[in-house]
Design a protein around this ligand. Sequence first.
Ligand code: ATP
Length: 269
Amino acid sequence: PSITRGVAKEVSKVSWDDIGGLKDLKRKLQQAVEWPIKHADSFARLGISPVRGILLHGPPGCSKTTLAKAAAHAAQASFFSLSGAELYSKYVGEGETLLRRTFQKARLAAPSIIFFDEADAIAPKRGGHGGNSSGNATVGERLLSTLLTEMDGLELATGIIVLAATNRPHAIDAALMRPGRFDLVLYVPPPDSESRYEILRIHTRQMKLGADVDLRRVAELTDLFTGADLEGLCREAGMVALRENLSADSVSGHHFLAARASLGPSLTT
Ligand code: ATP
């Protein structure tokens, strides 16, 4: 992937199959992202205007970024990613320039997905007590108004869809939720036991597993683990096996149990 001035344009390789669980959510994203790009003519024929913005919210490590990448990959769209926190920390004016430049590049590379991580940093509630010092409040306001201008300027058929992610949906300015902006708000929940099983299967695809490894059991033992936690658990199980024996040829059930004993979930009830 080429990286230009903090804007990463990637052709994402992540596919829907790399994401465990979340069937319903994947279907909604297929329809909201993939369809308008792949079947623009059908939308035009029926006079349907596709959503321009989608807000993904939910706890960290539960695949918001991965979903955005998979949607881009499935739609064969260019993927531009920006971090709200990073924009926010730029020198005065630089964040807005980067934001405008990203939309410009996305238009040239269309169809495109622009993904904003930590969107609450770009668009904190105006006039609220967002925890920012008063001097910085205007930075957020200027970024937000630039973002709104760019989003309002998106012609219906430009093939650009903006996805934003946040762990703190309530901290986001209501102006982003007006019609024609983030019309679709999707909650990305932490995985239940069945989803954890699917995630464990995905992250052990490349691993050599012993016959005694019972991933369903591991899934049951990992309540409150995020997808990212489960990925870490699989890696740790492999490390336990190697620490035990550097020439081990597979990872066994007890390695997973040992990894589970040493790692806790990052979510709380
Ligand atoms: P953050 O809010 O911290 O940015 P996020 O919700 O965007 O987190 P991701 O960055 O998409 O989460 O996920 C982190 C890692 O966890 C990814 O590398 C991914 O491999 C793994 N992961 C998370 N959820 C899943 C899932 N449902 N299936 C497979 N892997 C997952």
